[in-house]
Design a protein around this ligand. Structure first.
Ligand code: COA
Length: 340
């Protein structure tokens, strides 16, 4: 979109560009065969239903902030930007080290002392929501340089004895740098939520009544592990994802034919294939690294994107159709031209 068009709408003075990417994963690997030793499953079952072969697991000695900072540092290097020049860090995560927020720890680790930093929680839609949120600050001229990180360690919250969920998730982090630009490379986006469907996928706090003073109780306890209705989530994903990508394409004034790469949240290969088929986007344009990492929640889009950029597949000028979806339930799409 031309800047003049933005100005005409009265919504801003500048555009955005994504100028660098980075990612990081923990060293520990758990493959399907190893999982089959602890729950009743098999490599064949998992791979054929999901495309997942292995996942990475964050050890208890490491923090999510470590992983996020590593990904962020690599994205800054790729963009040729110094941490001190960052104005804002948005950390999309649902598995914070600290419920008060983890982004400030990432800021400190990077030495981005000028930047304000906050967490954004929207499960597997978190990265797309963070991208759209950050763009508003840059478009309005408030900030010039933003680091957007998606990082999650769902291994902390999965019931490792529940074969319906534990096979799906893995840990990781991915990041992109967003900078002020003459033209706006966020061509369109669309974000949606439906809390009526929350029970299909959640990670809820369960409080036991605890007396504070006579006649006043609070609820204290822990978070219960991830619970999921797999079939409902599957149905939701294969209908809502193509829909939201189409909506974002419409806002960009483009059709699916213009898309160079479909960069979907990596939840299940069958969901990727079904969405691509509905959008009539050929399989060779669909990025996937599910086999290696499983579902890394908010990290999955920047993780698979960074891999494709470093492999030289995604190039400057390519049109990316991204979509995240998951708990909330929430879903969102963004159409971006990579680079300046
Ligand atoms: N290994 C072996 N068998 C398993 C299993 C596992 N890991 N998990 C479930 N099963 C069994 C079930 O118990 C069931 O057995 P039954 O028929 O004897 O009752 C059978 O396999 C079929 O279960 P079902 O839940 O119908 O499987 P499915 O084809 O729907 O596949 C998912 C399950 C989870 C792979 C699929 O529903 C899915 O991918 N959903 C989307 C989940 C998702 O992406 N979540 C994250 C969104 S961000």
């Amino acid at each position: 979109m031309e800047i003049t068009a933005l100005e005409g709408l009265g919504i801003g003075l500048t555009g955005i560009a994504l100028t660098g990417s980075g990612s990081a994963v923990p060293d520990q690997v758990v493959d399907n065969e190893a999982l089959a030793q602890v729950v009743e499953t098999s490599d064949e079952w998992i791979a054929s239903r999901t495309g997942i072969r292995q996942r990475r697991i964050l050890p208890p000695t490491a923090t999510l902030a470590d992983l996020a900072a590593q990904a962020g540092d690599r994205a800054l290097q790729a963009a040729g930007l110094a941490a001190i020049d960052l104005d804002l860090i948005v950390l999309a995560t649902s598995t914070a080290d600290d419920l008060f927020g983890t982004a400030a720890q990432v800021q400190a680790k990077l030495g981005a002392s000028r930047a304000v930093a906050f967490d954004l929680t929207a499960a597997c839609s978190g990265f797309v929501f963070a991208l759209a949120t950050a763009a508003q600050f840059v478009r309005t001229g408030v900030y010039q340089n933003v680091l957007i990180i998606g990082a999650d360690a769902l291994s902390r919250w999965v019931d490792w004895s529940d074969r319906r969920t534990c096979i799906l998730f893995g840990d990781g982090a991915g990041a992109v740098v967003m900078q002020q630009n003459d033209t706006d490379q966020l061509l369109g986006f669309e974000m949606r939520s439906d809390g009526q469907l929350n029970s299909h996928l959640n990670l809820v706090h369960q409080g036991e009544p605890r007396s504070v003073v006579p006649d006043v109780t609070c609820g204290q306890g822990n978070y219960t592990p991830v619970t999921m209705n797999g079939q409902e989530v599957y149905r939701f994903a294969v209908t809502r994802v193509p829909e939201v990508v189409e909506k974002a394409l419409f806002r960009a004034g483009l059709t699916a034919e213009a898309v160079d790469w479909l960069v979907l949240h990596q939840a299940n290969q069958r969901i990727l294939d079904a969405a691509a088929t509905r959008l009539k986007i050929p399989g060779e344009k669909v990025l996937s690294n599910l086999g290696q990492y499983g579902n890394t929640s908010a990290a999955s889009i920047p993780l698979v994107l960074d891999e494709a950029i470093r492999q030289g597949r995604v190039k400057s000028g390519d049109i990316l159709a991204m979509a995240g979806f998951g708990a909330g339930l929430s879903w969102g799409g963004a159409i971006v031209r990579w680079g300046r």
